[in-house]
Write a protein of this length. Sequence first.
Length: 191
Amino acid sequence: MRIIRGKFGRRRFDVPANITARPTTDFARENIFNVLENIVDFEGKDALDLFAGTGAVSFEFLSRECRSVTAVERAPTQQRFIQKVADELGTDNFTLVRGDALRFIANCPRRFDIVFADPPYDMKGFGEIPSKILSSRLVGPGSIVIVEHSRSYDFSALPGFSEHRVYGSVNFSIFRIESEDSGIDENIAVG
């Protein structure tokens, strides 16, 4: 696993062979982060990585100076790897939640500026996950939600849908929660 850019950029970590997660490819991860860099300034933002897998997305957020990063992962093998990498990086603004991402979505009272979700493509109820996130307390005005999915899903009818990106076989749907006051997304530069 390679961290692509930022203060930890080009650092590499050997992923154990027994990890069952399907990590986002370097190509797709690099491209979606290029898109996100044009939408949001990561510095000072609180990011959430649901279904964290190897933690690659979490470490991209950390490398780009997010104020805090929370990763949620259920599988013990992946948890151990994520914690090992976090320890090696020596970060103090990273939290690993060892548990079920769907339960976290339903019960977490905290709001995040950026939410990234990469559920297993074959997960039962996959198509309901974006709605659950968008209607949860995880997001509020100005939040950005990114859902990684296969091409068999179309989330463009959901509230806050902004754009759909495709990189090889990897699809991303991006949602932007508008400001309650103005109806305009606070992260869009006007000029």
